[in-house]
Ligand binder design. Structure first.
Ligand SMILES: NC(=O)c1ccc[n+]([C@@H]2O[C@H](COP(=O)([O-])OP(=O)(O)OC[C@H]3O[C@@H](n4cnc5c(N)ncnc54)[C@H](OP(=O)(O)O)[C@@H]3O)[C@@H](O)[C@H]2O)c1
Length: 114
């Protein structure tokens, strides 16, 4: 089975994407900042097939090692996590922190059709 990583798994858009991926038979590795936060992430466990095919791990967008670990073994990455506007100064390269590395990470190995 194809394995896909979804960043910001507990967010609005990511949750719907994960529901779709699970319904299509994918194994989903979701990243969240606080895996123990049931208020933010509890709804994911109720998705159909989540018990068998959804795995959550802790990763912040500025945590290079955490993201690399989450992406390892995945055929694709859906980067949906989005830092709250106002915290980052998008016109300031320093404000983007380590996000630039995302474009340098290895490309998915399998076909990209989801
Ligand atoms: N909602 C829409 O109708 C819509 C439409 C078009 C485009 N979009 C775009 O889609 C993206 C997601 O939107 P959304 O509505 O799904 O937002 P959301 O519900 O606020 O979800 C954002 C997610 O990003 C995570 N996040 C924020 N900062 C992070 C960080 N530093 N490290 C790791 N994760 C971080 C949050 O995690 P925590 O739970 O830990 O805070 C949250 O799960 C955004 O880029 C938005 O502009 C949304």
């Amino acid at each position: 089975m194809e394995k896909v990583c979804v960043t910001g798994a507990g967010g609005y858009i990511a949750s719907w994407v994960i529901k779709l991926l699970l319904s299509k038979g994918y194994i989903v590795h979701g990243t969240v900042r606080d895996p123990g936060n049931e208020e933010k992430n509890g709804h994911l466990k109720k998705l159909e097939n989540a018990g068998e095919r959804l795995h959550l791990s802790k990763a912040d967008l500025f945590d290079y090692e955490g993201l690399c670990a989450a992406f390892a073994g995945c055929n694709g990455v859906l980067h949906i996590a989005s830092p709250v506007p106002g915290i980052l100064k998008l016109d300031d390269p320093q404000g983007l922190g380590g996000l630039g590395f995302l474009i340098d990470l290895p490309s998915p190995q399998a076909d990209d059709a989801f």
